[in-house]
Design a protein around this ligand. Structure first.
Ligand code: PLP
Ligand code: COI
Length: 355
């Protein structure tokens, strides 16, 4: 990274909403901090980086992101340590993925340095908004969208980059009842499942609603061709512990390459636990649930953190798993991750970016 400092103009909100915010009643993504960051792309360059009071923005109704979906986002978190220091977890990984999404959607890249400095500047302004309670954090939502006000189906020449921040608690509060989704598809080969494109989430809404109506909390997406292999779990990666080995679907163009997934894999390797990144069939998972070799199953994601699967369902057949409280691997991962993020244990991989 270069050390050139990004010029960011800061206009402070006249009044903070912090004192009126009840941190014990946070609903994910409903409470925004006092400020947001905005920048523009035009004439082939990024400019006008500004931190301004959080609020509405004026846009043409013809902007191409609204019509053709040239829009994508990232998600990461800032944590407050016991001594008051603030860190952002692995923003370099999100910066890299941000640009992978940009490339796939024919949108301009944002240099990693600009991405990270923008986040650091906003988090610095909002440090008082970072919750201190366990499993709480400041969720950071960087996003980019096309702003050319024309209806032709061509890549826009102008874009906005913005960052919102929200104090958040746990996304899931109980073990999840999960079904293997074998009708709908999240992403097909050659598509853009590996990008954090807004459209991927729109396409997931109907299947998710159907699953919830059937009494499930989440679904495990399966491959588009045969619906025989596990891909991801809702908006998280999925990980299994089978016969003493951490097994997770290998990333490919249908799967988002999760930062949490990568972190869990690194931790397992540190602990000398065998890791397999490969295709995993539903049959293998169901067999493991039946014979007791599947000792752990969880979703891994920034919002989801480590979200235990309580029970699996495949084509109407229910497979209850062990009590999540007794699971050695995911509890160790969950606790160690928290210890690193809240600065309670040594950060041997340099995952915490100090603000
Ligand atoms: N898969 C999908 C579809 C997601 O939306 C997310 C969340 O960001 C993940 C996986 C997990 O990625 P990460 O750990 O980087 O948050
Ligand atoms: C995240 O974990 O950052 C996500 O993107 C999940 C989100 C869609 C709630």
């Amino acid at each position: 990274m270069t050390t050139e400092t990004l010029d960011i103009k800061i206009t402070k909100a006249a009044q903070s909403r912090l004192a009126q915010t009840d941190f014990s009643q946070l609903v994910f993504g409903h409470t925004f901090t006092d400020h947001m960051l905005v920048a523009d792309y035009a004439d082939g360059e990024w400019k006008n980086f500004e931190i301004v009071p959080y609020g509405e923005i004026g846009l043409s109704p013809a902007i191409s992101s609204l019509h053709y979906g040239q829009a994508f986002f990232e998600g990461l978190k800032a944590y407050k340590h016991q001594d008051g220091q603030v860190s952002v977890f692995r923003p370099d990984k999100n910066a890299a993925r941000f640009n992978k999404s940009a490339q796939r959607l024919c949108m301009p890249e944002l240099p990693e340095e600009m991405f990270i400095q923008s986040i650091a500047a906003l988090v610095d302004v909002e440090r008082n908004w970072i919750p201190t309670a366990e499993n709480h954090a400041l969720y950071i939502r960087p996003f980019m969208f096309a702003t050319d006000p024309f209806l032709g189906v061509v890549p826009s020449k102008t874009y906005k980059f913005m960052i919102l921040t929200c104090p958040v608690g746990p996304y899931f509060t109980k073990p999840l009842r999960v079904k293997f989704e074998t009708k709908f598809t999240r992403a097909a080969e050659g598509g853009f499942g590996y990008a954090k494109a807004a459209g991927n989430y729109a396409g997931a809404m109907l299947p998710t609603r159907r699953a919830v109506e059937e009494g499930f909390d989440q679904m495990i997406w399966t491959d588009a061709k045969e619906h025989l292999y596990a891909e991801e779990m809702g908006a998280a990666n999925v990980m299994f512990f089978i016969d003493g080995t951490l097994v997770t679907p290998s990333t490919r163009d249908t799967i988002l390459d999760g930062v949490t997934r990568d972190t869990v894999i690194a931790m397992a390797k540190d602990w000398g636990i065998p890791v397999e990144e490969r295709r995993i069939s539903i049959a293998e998972i169901v067999e493991g649930a039946k014979n007791g070799k599947l000792t752990d199953a969880f979703g891994a994601g920034t919002a989801a953190t480590i979200a235990p699967v309580g029970s699996l369902n495949y084509e109407g057949e229910e497979y209850p798993l062990s009590d999540p409280a007794t699971r050695e691997f995911s509890n160790r991962v969950f606790n160690t991750l928290n210890d690193i993020r809240y600065g309670r244990t040594e950060d041997t991989h340099d995952w915490n970016y100090m603000v």
